[in-house]
Design a protein around this ligand. Structure first.
Ligand SMILES: [Zn+2]
Length: 108
């Protein structure tokens, strides 16, 4: 099973593809054709990154610390800390802050 994450470019909804009940329509604002599948190369706001992190916690992890389903374009079998690194360079304060401190980081 793959975790496909979609974003609505109109209202900012972010969620699993399964949550889209009417194909092509945002479940939040019903906008048509505003949805895109999230990938690693897209730019994300802080809130979106937080949402992506929460969805990442749903991804099952094998004993060898590899993800068992595709996530954000990372294929199944990717070492989970490679995904952590992806968050680490994007989240202010690093992934540790996101993972263990609720993502609260005061840049001052
Ligand atoms: Zn929307």
């Amino acid at each position: 099973m793959n975790l496909k994450i979609c974003r609505c470019n109109r209202c900012g909804w972010l969620g699993r593809e399964e949550e889209i009940t009417i194909p092509g329509h945002c479940p939040e604002c019903q906008e048509y054709e505003g949805l895109e599948v999230c990938g690693q190369d897209m730019a994300y706001t802080k809130e979106e990154l937080r949402g992506l992190w929460l969805l990442f916690s749903d991804v099952s992890i094998a004993d060898e610390d590899c993800i068992e389903e595709e996530y954000l374009g990372f294929p199944a079998g990717t070492y989970r800390f490679d995904v952590w690194l992806w968050f680490d360079v994007r989240w202010p304060g690093g992934v540790y802050s996101l993972a263990y401190e609720g993502g609260e980081y005061d840049a001052g």
